[in-house]
Ligand binder design. Structure first.
Ligand code: PHE
Ligand code: CO
Length: 296
C-alpha cells in the first residue's frame, strides 16, 4: 500500500496558497516504495545524469558519484548518511514535505538536511509544484559533501533563525538569497557556465533553459541585488546569478546581515526579469565561452 504524505493544512504565504505538512522527522519507509516509485527514480536519474554531463558543475557530478547513487533503486537515507556523516558531518532526515521556515532553519543550523521521503507520480516527471524525494535527494544532497558548500548551508540556517527574529521583510530578503543560490545558482567553471542549483539539476527543461536559452539574464553574484530581486516559483527563472566559486559565496555572506536588512527595507524590490545599470551581465561568446560585462 502506498503511504500518502499527510496534508495537515494550507497556509497563505508570499509564495501563494501552499500545503503545510507535519513538522515531524520520519523514518524513511523504504520497504513501502513500490516498483513504480523505484522506476520513477530510475527514469529521472538516468535522464538527468545524461543531461547534466557538461552542464552541471564538477562538484555536483563528482559528489553524486561518491554517494554511489544509481538508477538501480531509490537510495536509502541511512546508507547516504554513512558517507555524508564521515565527510562533512551532515545528516539527512526524512520529512513529509515543506517545513515551516523556522523548523527548516533549525535543521540546517544543526547540519541536518530535511529530505522529503515520497517520490512524484509517473505523470509528474517533468513538473510538480513542491519538492519531492527526487528534488531533495538528487538535487540537494550531492553538494553537502563539499566542505565549503556544507558550511554555507549551515551558515544559512543560522542566518535564517536570526532573520526570523528580525521580521518578515528580512526573511523575504534571505529567502531570495537561498532561491538564487542554493536552488537556482550558476557557477563559472572551465571557461563556461555550469549549474549548481538544486532546482535546476532536478529539472530537465530548466537544465537546458538556464544555459542555452537566450531569454534569461545571467548576472554576476551581487548579494544586495539578489536580496532585492523577486522570483517566480511556477516558471523557469528570468534571471540567474553566477558565482565564481563556493568560496566567493561563503565570503560574501559572512558579514552580519542585520544592517543590510535595515538598509534594504528602504529600497524597492526589483522585478524578476529586469537588467539594471551596473549588472555584470554574461554574454555568450564563441563556442562554450561566456564573457562578462567588465571583462577585458
Ligand atoms: N551572515 C548572515 C547573517 O548575519 C548569515 C548567512 C550566512 C546567511 C550565509 C546566509 C548565508 O545573517
Ligand atoms: Co529545494
Amino acid at each position: 500500500m502506498q503511504i500518502e504524505p499527510r496534508r495537515v493544512e494550507h497556509q497563505q504565504t508570499d509564495k501563494g496558497y501552499v500545503p503545510v505538512y507535519t513538522t515531524a522527522v520520519v523514518e524513511q519507509p523504504w520497504a513501502s516504495y513500490t516498483r513504480t516509485d523505484h522506476q520513477t527514480w530510475a527514469t529521472l536519474f538516468e535522464r538527468q545524469r545524461e543531461i547534466l554531463k557538461g552542464r552541471a558543475c564538477r562538484e555536483f557530478l563528482d559528489n553524486q558519484a561518491r554517494f554511489g547513487m544509481s538508477p538501480h533503486a531509490i537510495p536509502r537515507f541511512d546508507e547516504l548518511n554513512a558517507v555524508l556523516g564521515k565527510a562533512t558531518g551532515w545528516t539527512l532526515v526524512g520529512v513529509e514535505g515543506l517545513l515551516p521556515e523556522l523548523d527548516f532553519f533549525d535543521h540546517l543550523a544543526n547540519r541536518r538536511f530535511p529530505v522529503t521521503w515520497w517520490i512524484r507520480k509517473p505523470e509528474q516527471l517533468d513538473y510538480l509544484a513542491e519538492p519531492d524525494l527526487f528534488h531533495d535527494l538528487f538535487g540537494h544532497v550531492p553538494l553537502l559533501l563539499n566542505p565549503v558548500f556544507a558550511d554555507y548551508m549551515q551558515a544559512y540556517g543560522r542566518g535564517g533563525v536570526k532573520a526570523h527574529a528580525i521580521g518578515a521583510e528580512a526573511l523575504v530578503n534571505l529567502t531570495r538569497l537561498y532561491w538564487y543560490t542554493v536552488e537556482f545558482g550558476l557557477i563559472r567553471q572551465d571557461g563556461g557556465l555550469r549549474i549548481y542549483g538544486s532546482g535546476i539539476v532536478s529539472s530537465k527543461g530548466e537544465s537546458i533553459h538556464c544555459l542555452e536559452s537566450p531569454a534569461p539574464n545571467r548576472i554576476g553574484f551581487d548579494l544586495e541585488r539578489i536580496m532585492r530581486t523577486r522570483y517566480r516559483i511556477d516558471t523557469y527563472q528570468k534571471t540567474y546569478f553566477v558565482i565564481d566559486s563556493f568560496e566567493q559565496l561563503m565570503e560574501a555572506t559572512r558579514p552580519d546581515f542585520a544592517p543590510l536588512y535595515a538598509q534594504l527595507a528602504t529600497q524597492p524590490s526589483i522585478p524578476a526579469g529586469e537588467v539594471r545599470p551596473g549588472d555584470a551581465v554574461f554574454q555568450r561568446g564563441s563556442g562554450e565561452g561566456w564573457a562578462q560585462d567588465g571583462d577585458i
